[in-house]
Write a protein of this length. Structure first.
Ligand code: ZN
Length: 149
């Protein structure tokens, strides 16, 4: 028996359950129908930030504190994870909408080496493809964040 594929409802539920509300972009709490990529985006952040940032506003990424290029690369890492989660959920249309909804200075940022290093550090180059395996990973991330305090 094969496990069922991820779907958009799974991504929303897992986001609401595991991504601390305090860390989320405000727009992701009640996204419009054409912005239903937000849940995957928040999961993308959760899977690519340092444990100490989980539960902090904007995952501890701060305008004026975190270097601007680092902010861009963290966004791109979240978007990269989001794109793949949405593809697993057969909603690549939403991944395209996410790119459209992201400002060009982020999307067009040329240096992807740092993004690749962030993904590698957080073991996010390969992602779980079922709800159960994704939920297992999210539990580990949240538990590691608790342990870091
Ligand atoms: Zn973001």
């Amino acid at each position: 028996m094969t496990a069922p594929r991820l779907n958009l409802g799974d991504l929303r539920e897992l986001c609401d359950r595991y991504v601390p509300a305090r860390s989320r972009h405000r727009d992701s709490i009640h996204p419009a129908d054409d912005e239903l990529w937000w849940h995957a985006h928040e999961l993308g952040h959760l899977l690519t930030v340092d444990p100490s940032g989980v539960g902090e506003p904007m995952f501890g990424l701060r305008d004026g504190v975190t270097p601007p290029t680092e902010l861009v690369c963290r966004e791109l890492a979240a978007i990269d994870v989001s794109r793949r989660l949405l593809a697993s959920a057969a909603r690549s249309d939403l991944a395209r909408a996410e790119l459209k909804g992201t400002d060009y200075s982020t999307v067009g940022y040329p240096d992807r080496g740092r993004v690749r290093r962030i993904l590698r550090k957080h073991r996010a180059q390969r992602l779980p493809r079922t709800r159960a395996s994704l939920e297992r990973r999210l539990r580990q991330v949240v538990a590691a964040a608790r342990g870091s305090r």
